[in-house]
Write a protein that binds this ligand. Structure first.
Ligand code: SF4
Length: 415
């Protein structure tokens, strides 16, 4: 059994827990957003399809805003309405549909896991969070909890970024919220709080509260359905946490969940004192030379050459203009020369460095890389015959380019 967190960082009063559940669910029933995966999870009689729909939506929602996901989700479910349909899709089709959503390995893993369900689990989704996490590649603790509670009614909690923020504020948890010790406490709390009769709705309500009311910068505390349970708000209004019987205060000693003594409560921040995170690592800077090779197609319209990236690593399997990572601090003249050499080796025909026209730079931020594409263009008279051992390549029109599995960064480069 989980060891309770030191007061006042846990919910010790069963009456308060009941009231919080009731208030949160009543608010959710009134205010929840109308989202396509919710409608399907509520009305779909086929349990496997329910689980599949929630799974797809949860994977898409990792790192991506709801407003962006809706269109991708609708197109995905239209194209592959069942696990069986997805299992038969090619990776190329998956990458094409995923193009623009970012973090491309998510789509690939989803498809691999669907194949596993069909071939090894007789097409049936596991029904509990434990089995989902154990049996499905790419399904972590959060996604497993979300699928099991929303699709199958298992009374299990979830902890995502929104839940972390809400719980840390509700219970004045100011230690580094990405540390394993704090994350473990939050999972214990989420599992203890989840409503036993409506676990899926409760989890969605908690996440929705974080997404729409208890937002990072300017939370709408006045409209919050759980404000009377919120210690951060109490502290903001009254200058100290809610008194807990037998505990004078927390934070004067070496409480592992309080803000560190070196960074105490800052009254100018109010409830946004919580959560706190250790400073993020700076993204790594990279420069890549990329060349838009262009020719006139059969009707005079321009065509562009794209090549496929390796099947592992960053942007695995996606298509891009011929590109070459550059060492830092290379002079412009030298950059042009190494790109010309690269193209020459690849195309098997001479490419003069001065024939490459410099177009500009495109900056794209990946989660851990600050990438600068140095963009050149080169117009060709005829076809090229790439070295047969090199990556697959093809000519595409502008329309075909946009329908291909290309990253957002490459779309920026073409623009
Ligand atoms: Fe968040 Fe404010 Fe509600 Fe507390 S009262 S949970 S800080 S929105």
């Amino acid at each position: 059994a989980p060891v309770p967190a030191p007061a006042p960082h846990h919910f010790s009063d069963p009456g308060e827990v009941e009231a919080l559940r009731g208030n949160l669910l009543a608010w959710y029933d009134r205010c929840k957003r109308d989202l396509p995966w919710r409608a399907l999870a509520e009305t779909e009689p086929d349990a496997d399809r329910r689980g599949y729909a929630v799974w797809v939506s949860e994977i898409m929602l990792q790192q991506t805003q709801v407003a962006t996901v809706i269109d991708y989700y609708n197109r995905w479910m239209q194209k592959w309405p069942t696990l069986q349909a997805l299992a038969q899709a090619s990776l190329e089709e998956v990458n094409e549909l995923w193009a623009g959503l970012g973090y491309y390995s998510r789509g690939k893993r989803l498809q691999e896991a669907a194949r596993k369900v069909v071939s090894e689990l007789a097409g049936h989704m596991p029904r509990t969070a434990e089995d989902l996490q154990k049996l499905l590649p790419g399904v972590g603790r959060y996604t497993a909890g979300a699928i099991a509670s929303i699709s199958y009614g298992q009374a299990t909690g979830v902890v995502d970024g929104n839940v972390i923020r809400v719980l840390c504020r509700l219970r004045c948890i100011g230690a580094d919220s990405s540390s394993p010790a704090v994350i473990d406490r939050l999972w214990d709390m989420a599992n203890a709080l989840v409503d036993r009769s409506r676990p899926g709705d409760f989890n969605q309500a908690l996440m929705e509260l974080g997404a729409t009311v208890c937002v990072p910068k300017a939370p709408l505390c006045g409209e919050c359905p759980v404000k009377q349970h919120c210690q951060a708000r109490h502290r903001k209004l009254f200058g100290k946490p809610v008194p807990v019987p037998d505990v004078e205060d927390c934070g004067l000693g070496d409480c592992p969940l309080c803000p560190p003594a070196t960074e105490p409560w800052d009254s100018s921040l109010g409830v946004t004192n919580f959560p706190r995170k250790a400073a993020k690592k700076q993204p790594r800077a990279m420069r890549t030379a990329t060349c838009v090779l262009e020719r006139r197609g059969c009707h005079g319209a321009p065509e562009y050459l794209i090549v496929q990236r390796p099947s592992s690593g960053l942007l695995a399997g996606l298509w891009e203009f011929p590109s070459l990572p550059l060492p830092q601090d290379l002079q412009e003249k030298k950059e042009r020369e190494v790109l010309a050499d690269h193209l020459q080796a690849w195309m098997g025909q001479p490419v003069a460095a001065k024939s490459l026209q410099f177009i500009g730079e495109v900056i794209h931020i990946f989660s851990h890389i600050h990438q600068t594409y140095v963009v050149y263009s080169l117009c060709l008279d005829g076809d090229v015959t790439p070295d047969p051992t090199s990556s697959p390549s093809r000519w595409v029109t502008e329309e075909e380019f946009h329908a291909s599995a290309v990253s957002t960064a490459m779309k920026k480069v073409l623009e």
